[in-house]
Each structure stands twice: as structure tokens, then as C-alpha cells.
Design a protein around this ligand. Structure first.
Ligand SMILES: Nc1ncnc2c1ncn2[C@@H]1O[C@H](COP(=O)(O)OP(=O)(O)OP(=O)(O)O)[C@@H](O)[C@H]1O
Length: 498
């Protein structure tokens, strides 16, 4: 950790930063080619490529079991594709699926290494049909602007600029992280502990590729490279976001907070109907999401699951949260009905809706927003209904219909000055899109008048040609109109009576 922060602070020396990054991500400087994926044939059932437990003593057997479980989980996600493709036999390329197999012991490693393009798990490279064309190892050799972004239990994430043009996130196992430290303490095998942790990234990579949606972070590519001691360490290259800061979000406009909730609901709607089945995010803390251009996107998918709990009675379908518990019905097929969807929804309620949705919303939308918050907090609605209600709020807001119930009698008179701007005379208001002035979004000029009427400080306002994500116009509210200058893109309104 200290090493990472020191490197980032040094900032000025690109070579040093790059060297440090490679070191931290265990991307070797060497061009040592990983084993050819062709040399890792599909293992027949009962002949796994990891050491059989009975041949290993005590702790090592437990570690081998954990690696096997993660490996099998990864296979399940990949096999979903074959199932979706009509259960046709796997073509040779697809059979490289077994490239995902846990590593052989050194004694089992096949002879000379033949191909530089793919690692042992990187048969994935042939299978992940990423568009635009996949980024790979050669692309992360020439990186600049390396910056540590964050880390969790298992992974560390860095920002990097590729070819001085594309800013991306690079994700790799954090060798200084809790997961590796805990495993090495227990099993004393860095190589195997690395594999165990790296399966989380492999799983995430497969899910990022399978779950294509505007609110799922985009996977650009990946790189397998040997480190000094560990072969074929994995780095994924993804879209860059900024970490979701709840405190910061609480200070933004309702419109922007609503956007976060709407993107979350669109994501959960997609996950409930995904090609893999209903996906639940077992770890649903805000830090699992990032913001990209104002939209929320899920980035951490290593704890996602498609298994719906099996049950024999309703009592098996118990969902426990810190402040509430729920018992869902057990279906005749012996599955807890909509459990994945409902878990996501309640988490969305407790981490997002309750803080972000009603607070400082337009008064006429409050009853509907309160209804949404209550219905999700009680799990009365499923995701389809919740998504429909949030889309309804969006429509009411975008169309200006939410203003129609309010009586709009202007108190003051205003003089319209076309092609004019007031550059100074700012005052601060909350929540403003500008940190020094009062910049708010409005549906139309009448709403701007209403806002100006309600602020005693407001003596004028300037309609800009900028709009927000909903298409509403941004307006600067001013405390005086002494200095008006020509500006073809703006219209000024000056209060003539109070
Ligand atoms: N694409 C990205 N852009 C910007 N920041 C990111 C990106 N992906 C992840 N991060 C940041 O890096 C942190 C660590 O990433 P990630 O959550 O994948 O690691 P983790 O070890 O799985 O964490 P956890 O133990 O919390 O599950 C995240 O909390 C997030 O703030």
C-alpha cells in the first residue's frame, strides 16, 4: 500500500510510474510467452487439471478445493453461452474453454512455449468477441498518466492512458490486498493463492462480456503476462469511471441523483432478465459501482450470482438485512421466487433510493417518489413495476407535466433582452451546477421566472444554450443587471418590478 501511494505521489517520472505499475500488477517487463492454449486440451470428466485432493495434504487440499470451486463456477458462466446457442457441440475454438482450467503443477506443464498471444486462460481471447477490437498486452505497454484509483479485498484498480489518447481502468489482483495476504498466511503458496484470487477477475471478465448493457461497465480487453514468479497474471482493461461518492451525490441536483437511481433501476431490470438468467449482486455496496458521464455502471461483478436458492418451504426463502427481514414464497419447482431480483431491489432501496430519490425533488413529484420508495422498501413491487414507475417520473419531468398542477402566477414583471448575458453579479444557491454562481435547470422560461420570484436575491436570469441530460435548459440566476453584454447564445430576463 505504502509502495503504491509513494509511486503515485512521485507523479512526475513516467518511467518510474510505469515500472511501479508493472511491478504492482505483476506485469513483467519480459516478453516471456505464455503456454499455448492448444496445449491445454479439454480435460475429460474426472480428470481435472488441478492436483487431486487426495494426493495433497491438509491445507493444500482445502486450497485445491477452493480453486476447483471457482474454476467450476467460471465454467458454468461460460457454458451458459453454449446453452444459449442451442446446445450445439462446442467448436474447437470454444473448446478452449478449458484454457480456464487451473494451472498444472510444474511437472505437468507441457514442453516449449509456442505462442505469445494467449495465456492458459486466454483461450478466452479467441472467444471474447469484443467490439471494437480487443485491447491486449501490447496496448498496455505504452501507458502514461498512471494513477491508483482504488482497491478492495482482492483487486487493485489503476487509471492509465493508452497511446496518450484513451483513458482506461486496469484491474489486477492486489498482491498487497487482504485476499492474497489471508490466503498466503493460511496456505503458504503465493502461486496458488494468486490463481484463487485471479479466478474472481476471470469470472468478472466473463460476466462483463456476457452482460452487455449501458449500465454495465464495458470490457475493452485483457492481458495475460508472466511475472517474475507467477506465470500468466491477468490484467483487465475496462472503461474508466469515477468512484461513486455518496456524500458528493447528496450535494448534487435532484435531477442528477434521479439519474443515478434510474440507471440503477434500468441495470436491475436488465439483470433480472439477462441472458444468463436473473443475476443478483451479492455485494451491493455503492463502491461496487462507478459513475461514467453521469450514469451509474456496475464494475465489480465477482460476487454476482445466477443461482436462485432452492427450497422445500417458504421458511427456506428467508432474506435477512440489517433492518428488515423478508420471507419469499417457495415455488412448486422448489425455487425461492424472484429472490435474486428482490434482493437487488431491496439493496437499491436501502443504499440508493432512500437517500437519493425524494430529497429536494420537485414537490409535485414527491407523492409518486414516496410511493416508489415505500413500495421498494416493503418489496411490494418487482423490478418491472419499479422500472415502469421510474420511467413515468422521467416522462413527467421531461415533458414538464409535473409543473401543470402548480399554480403559476408570476409575482414580478420581467424585461426580455435577447442575445444578452450578465457575466458577473453571481450569487450562490443550492444545488447549483456551478460552484460560484446559481446555475439551475428549468423546463421553460416560466419555471425560471418562478424560481427568480422565489429568491429575494434574484434580480435577473440568463437562459443559456446548454441543456442537462433530460434536455432541460440551464439558467444562471443573477443578483443584479448593471452590466449586460451582447452574447448571441443567451437571453437575459431582467426583473422590472418586485
Ligand atoms: N472502471 C473503474 N473506474 C474507476 N474506478 C474503479 C473502476 N473499477 C473499480 N474501481 C474502483 O476500484 C475499487 C476496487 O475495485 P473492485 O471493487 O473491483 O475490487 P474488489 O477487490 O473486488 O473490491 P471488494 O472487495 O470491495 O469487492 C472500487 O471500489 C472502485 O472504487
Amino acid at each position: 500500500m505504502r509502495r503504491r501511494k509513494t509511486a503515485v505521489a512521485a507523479g512526475c517520472c513516467l518511467a518510474f510510474l510505469l515500472g511501479t505499475l508493472l511491478n504492482l500488477l505483476f506485469i513483467p517487463g519480459s516478453e516471456h510467452p505464455p503456454p499455448p492454449s492448444e496445449e491445454l486440451p479439454p480435460s475429460p470428466p474426472g480428470a481435472p487439471l488441478y492436483p487431486p485432493e487426495e494426493e495433497i495434504g491438509g491445507g493444500q487440499a482445502a486450497l485445491a478445493r477452493q480453486i476447483r470451486e471457482r474454476y467450476e463456477e467460471v465454467l458454468r458462466y461460460r457454458q451458459h453461452r453454449a446453452a444459449a446457442a442451442g446446445r450445439r457441440p462446442l467448436r474447437p475454438r470454444e473448446r478452449r474453454l478449458m484454457d480456464l482450467a487451473p494451472p498444472r503443477t510444474s511437472a505437468e506443464q507441457p514442453g516449449p512455449r509456442g505462442r505469445a498471444a494467449a495465456g492458459p486462460w486466454a483461450g478466452a481471447s479467441a472467444e471474447l468477441s469484443l467490439e471494437p477490437p480487443l485491447l491486449g498486452c501490447r496496448d498496455i505497454r505504452d501507458v502514461s498518466g498512471v494513477q491508483y484509483l482504488g482497491s478492495g479485498y482482492t483487486k487493485a484498480v489503476y487509471k492509465a492512458v493508452l497511446n496518450r489518447t484513451l483513458a482506461v481502468a486496469l484491474k489486477a489482483v492486489d498482491f498487497g490486498g487482504h485476499d492474497i495476504a489471508h490466503c498466503v498466511r493460511q496456505f503458504s503458496s503465493l502461486g496458488d493463492c494468486y490463481r484463487l484470487a485471479a479466478y474472481k477477475i476471470v469470472k468478472e471478465m466473463i460476466l462483463l462480456q456476457r452482460l452487455r448493457h449501458a449500465n454495465v461497465l464495458q470490457l475493452y480487453g485483457y492481458c495475460y503476462q508472466d511475472s517474475n514468479d507467477i506465470p500468466d497474471t491477468l490484467t483487465t482493461i475496462t472503461e474508466l469511471g469515477s468512484p461513486l461518492e455518496m456524500i458528493q451525490l447528496l450535494q448534487t441536483s435532484w435531477e442528477d441523483r434521479f439519474r443515478i437511481c434510474l440507471s440503477l433501476v434500468r441495470l436491475l431490470h436488465y439483470l433480472a432478465h439477462s441472458p444468463l438468467g436473473s443475476v443478483t449482486l451479492l455485494d451491493f455496496r455503492p463502491r461496487q459501482f462507478v459513475i461514467v458521464d453521469g450514469e451509474l455502471k456496475v464494475t465489480d461483478l465477482d460476487d454476482a450470482s445466477v443461482e436462485e436458492s432452492s427450497c422445500t418451504s417458504n421458511s427456506d426463502c428467508f432474506m435477512e438485512f440489517p433492518a428488515r427481514n423478508f420471507t419469499l414464497p417457495c415455488s412448486v419447482e422448489g425455487r425461492c421466487q424472484s429472490m435474486n431480483e428482490k434482493r437487488n431491489l431491496y439493496n437499491a432501496y436501502r443504499f440508493f433510493f432512500t437517500y437519493l430519490l425524494p430529497h429536494s425533488a420537485p414537490p409535485s413529484l414527491r407523492p409518486l417518489l414516496d410511493k416508489i420508495v415505500n413500495a421498494t422498501g416493503e418489496l411490494h413491487w418487482g423490478i418491472d413495476e419499479t422500472a415502469a414507475q421510474l420511467e413515468r417520473v422521467l416522462n413527467l419531468y421531461k415533458s414538464g407535466e409535473y409543473l401543470q398542477n402548480t399554480t403559476r402566477v408570476p409575482k414580478a414583471e420581467y424585461r426580455r433582452v435577447p442575445e444578452a448575458h450578465i457575466p458577473d453579479e453571481n450569487y450562490r444557491c443550492w444545488p447549483s451546477y456551478h460552484h460560484k454562481g446559481c446555475l439551475l435547470s428549468v423546463f421553460d422560461v416560466n419555471e425560471a421566472i418562478e424560481i427568480c420570484d422565489s429568491y429575494s436575491q434574484c434580480k435577473a436570469f440568463v437562459l443559456t444554450n446548454q441543456t442537462t441530460w433530460t434536455g432541460r435548459q440551464l439558467v444562471f440566476f443573477k443578483m443584479a443587471s448593471n452590466h449586460i453584454v451582447p452574447d448571441p447564445d443567451k437571453i437575459t430576463y431582467v426583473k422590472v418590478t418586485d
